[in-house]
Design a protein around this ligand. Structure first.
Ligand SMILES: Cc1cc2nc3c(=O)[nH]c(=O)nc-3n(C[C@H](O)[C@H](O)[C@H](O)COP(=O)(O)OP(=O)(O)OC[C@H]3O[C@@H](n4cnc5c(N)ncnc54)[C@H](O)[C@@H]3O)c2cc1C
Length: 231
């Protein structure tokens, strides 16, 4: 993604950008520390089926073989927890449609007053004209300011936090922790790195992929072309 208008978003009202951090991954413990690593755990544990033995390098090769053959259960040995910041409510709505091997803890605007909300503005990458992009961003900025003002008015009139937040535009920032295993993350990538996925969930998936490809390359390297494609 080019994101050529990023600089125009910088000073907009409560503008935030996406940020994904890896909080933790699965680690071998006890005697298994000598036998496998986070990355080799799928191949290593899959050896139970043939009672075979191999080196760390063999286990990495086995990871790739398991992926190719669709034997994905051993990939569940590796779990990730991410902190995700700078994503909209509309992204959240798409993301939580994934049901298997995934979970979230979201910042709740029932508990935290929505007048604290920040906003994730559109990239408008498909617009060539700078002035038109600025005009679009100004429209969004006005909605964000208006929403905060209306929220405060509703509160003054006696509405609860949860009822007052209902006038928020869907581009408010909804930070979360995301829990998933490597098999489910691969499934997410297979759908959400694709060109026809919505741009924001695709952008987040790309950032996430750039993290896990460094941590456990053999589990995600077959998505390289999809993740790095510029279009
Ligand atoms: C490009 C794109 C466009 C989309 N557009 C729309 C749209 O317009 N409207 C809309 O409503 N949604 C849309 N979706 C969401 C889509 O329909 C799925 O809800 C979402 O991608 C999650 O996929 P899933 O159910 O396969 O994933 P998961 O829930 O993680 O499930 C993974 C797999 O487990 C199996 N599974 C899970 N639950 C069951 C079950 N109860 N019974 C049997 N098997 C099960 C299935 O094989 C499933 O593929 C879109 C998704 C994409 C990627």
């Amino acid at each position: 993604m080019h994101d050529r208008w990023k600089h125009l978003r910088k000073n907009l009202f409560r503008s935030v950008e996406p940020r994904v951090e890896l909080v933790l991954t699965s680690q071998p413990v006890g005697r298994f520390k000598k036998l496998c690593t986070t990355e080799t755990a799928p191949g290593y544990t899959a050896r139970a089926s043939h009672e075979s033995k191999g080196t760390t390098k063999d286990d990495i090769r086995l990871n790739k073989f398991l992926i190719k053959r669709g034997h994905h259960t051993p990939l569940e040995a590796v779990c990730f927890t991410f902190r995700v910041y700078g994503i909209t409510k509309s992204l959240q709505n798409q993301w939580v449609r994934h049901r298997i091997g995934v979970g979230w803890t979201y910042r709740s605007t029932r508990n935290i007053s929505a007048d604290q909300n920040e906003f994730v503005y559109c990239t408008y990458d498909y617009i060539d004209d700078r002035l038109r992009t600025m005009a679009l961003l100004r429209e969004d900025e006005e909605s964000a300011k208006e929403a905060i003002a209306r929220f405060e008015r509703k509160r003054e009139l006696g509405a609860t936090k949860q009822d007052s937040r209902k006038i928020m535009p869907v581009f408010w920032n909804t930070p979360c922790y995301f829990y998933c295993n490597a098999s489910s993350l691969r499934y997410l990538f297979s759908l959400r790195l694709e060109k026809d996925a919505e741009w924001e969930i695709r952008r987040m998936s790309r950032i996430m992929w750039e993290i896990v490809i460094k941590e456990t390359p053999s589990l995600f390297e077959d998505f390289t072309n999809l993740a790095r494609r510029e279009d």
